[in-house]
Design a binder for this molecule. Structure first.
Ligand code: ADP
Length: 392
């Protein structure tokens, strides 16, 4: 009987889960699934290793009042009662914020939990859900080793200048710095880059993680040297519902002259802006690409314009560019976004192979392009499973 690692990725309204074999990285998970609609109408879906959908009553009776802890407890009961070809021997969690302290995955104990609690104010929309999941598991299985993997950790290698805001020094000293996020995705891509680029993998690479949340990471020797997100996951690129970088003076204006309070500004920036706000139609790139409405097209154009600007700024941090990697929902699937972004980068030596791009090939640059352009699917859960294997 093999050992299995339970991988949990608790977001604000969803919990993704998987059971990965504890031995032999690269093997397929025995189970993957998601609880969605948390806080409104929770739904459950899961598939086994063969891709079959598993019909279950795991959430029977759960409604809008069921919180992350209650849903994780139900999930755990279901998992422990099932036959998955192995026994759960560890749990690995995606935790958004590791602050300045955690520069890699860590085995969770009471001291670590205390440190993670203290980081809640830095990620109030995300951190509490991961901590609730960790606690729910510890309550049911106190002996089970649990590992935390941080979205911020990959960026801790950045030079000090890349992390500083131009704010008074005492604010930087107390932790108001650029942390960066999507680190598990960047870690995964950094790990597989040599398979695609050989020795060039250690050169100057920009990874564009374009999903609902979107950011970019500049890597040298496969380590992060700069990234587009900052103190929060709001900075940088335009996203599905988030504004990305914005003149901070706008925020002062909205509060002084438009009567918005802090909560309203938060809602505006986190959930009413981005593709959704500019198009007035949807936060989903597929809907916008399918729409004939000029506002949809303007939202796509702004998304791509801003992405090209951000990428160019990161190329300056790298002092040149050898390769671009597109990943995550939009990066992996949108031929149009990749085309529009790359069209603005010919001055950097980027030449796109249109046919390869339309075919979503692994390499979508022409053979004589000075910059390699790749499409690589990311796998954040594989990184969590690997970290748990390593630490336990
Ligand atoms: P999350 O940040 O929630 O993990 P994903 O990485 O799954 O997001 O990306 C979700 C986004 O990917 C969706 O908003 C959708 O716009 C986009 N997407 C997925 N498939 C396609 C596609 N075939 N064409 C264009 N966009 C797509």
């Amino acid at each position: 009987m093999t050992d299995l690692i339970l991988v949990l990725n608790a977001g604000s309204s969803s919990i993704k889960f998987a059971l990965h074999p504890a031995a032999g990285s690269g093997r397929k998970p025995a189970l993957t699934g998601e609880i969605g609609g948390i806080g409104t109408a929770p739904q459950f879906k899961a598939r086994n290793a063969g891709g079959e959908s598993l019909d279950t009553e795991v959430l029977a009776g759960a409604d809008a009042t069921a919180d992350h802890a209650a849903l994780v407890a139900r999930l755990l009961d279901w998992l422990l009662a099932g036959e998955w070809g192995g026994r759960i021997s560890a749990a690995g969690h995606r935790v958004v914020h590791g602050g300045r302290q955690f520069d890699g995955p860590v085995l969770i104990d009471a001291k670590v939990m205390q440190a993670l609690e203290q980081l809640v104010p830095l990620a109030p929309l995300h951190q509490p859900h991961s901590l609730a999941a960790i606690r729910a598991i510890a309550e049911r299985l106190p002996e089970l080793p649990q590992v935390a993997c941080f979205d911020t950790a990959f960026h801790r290698t950045q030079p000090r200048l890349a992390q500083l805001f131009a704010l008074p020094r005492h604010l930087s000293d107390e932790g108001i710095i650029r942390y960066g996020f999507h680190g598990l995705s960047y870690h995964y891509i950094a790990g597989v880059l040599p398979d695609h680029l050989g020795k060039r993998a250690d050169g100057r690479i920009i990874v564009a993680h374009l999903g609902n949340g979107a950011s970019m990471c500049a890597m040298k020797e496969r380590r992060s040297i700069a990234t587009s997100m900052g103190f929060t996951a709001l900075d940088g690129l335009m996203m599905g519902r988030r504004s990305g970088s914005i003149d901070p003076g706008v925020l002062i204006h909205l509060q002084e002259n438009k009567g918005l309070d802090v909560a309203a500004v938060g809602r505006l920036l986190y959930s009413e802006s981005g593709l959704y706000g500019v198009s007035g139609i949807s936060n989903d790139m597929r809907d916008l690409e399918a729409s004939a409405d000029p506002h949809a097209r303007e939202a796509i154009d702004l998304f791509c314009y801003r992405a090209a600007l951000e990428l160019s700024s990161l190329a300056a941090a790298l002092e040149g560019l050898d390769a671009i990697v597109f990943t995550a929902g939009i990066g992996e699937h949108s031929e149009m976004v990749r085309r529009l972004v790359c069209a603005r980068l010919s001055w950097l030596g980027v030449a796109l192979d249109q046919t390869a791009n339309e075919a979503h090939a692994n390499r979508i640059s022409t053979t004589d392009s000075a910059v390699d352009v790749l499409v690589i699917p990311t796998d954040e859960e594989a990184v969590i499973a690997e970290a748990a294997r390593h630490l336990i």
